[in-house]
Write a protein that binds this ligand. Structure first.
Ligand code: SF4
Length: 66
């Protein structure tokens, strides 16, 4: 499979702090993975909520109300 041409650029602005993820910087894979689990990716959350690694829709809604 061809490497993502945007990976380096994406990594520069990726807020995800979860260590060791092979999808980091490959936004289409990241989004597909989380949507398949009824979740959202790290970039949808505030910095403090992102660090909880809870990517659920419920957590997203809670985060928006803060
Ligand atoms: S949001 Fe999830 S899939 Fe995306 S880089 Fe972070 S841990 Fe990986």
């Amino acid at each position: 499979m061809k490497a993502c041409p945007n990976k380096e650029k994406n990594l520069a602005s990726c807020p995800c702090t979860y260590p060791g993820c092979d999808k980091k910087g490959i936004c289409c894979k990241c989004l597909r993975f989380h949507l398949s689990r009824k979740e959202l990716p790290a970039c949808c959350f505030s910095s403090s909520t992102e660090k909880t690694y809870n990517r659920s829709i419920a957590k997203f809604v809670q985060d928006q109300k803060r």
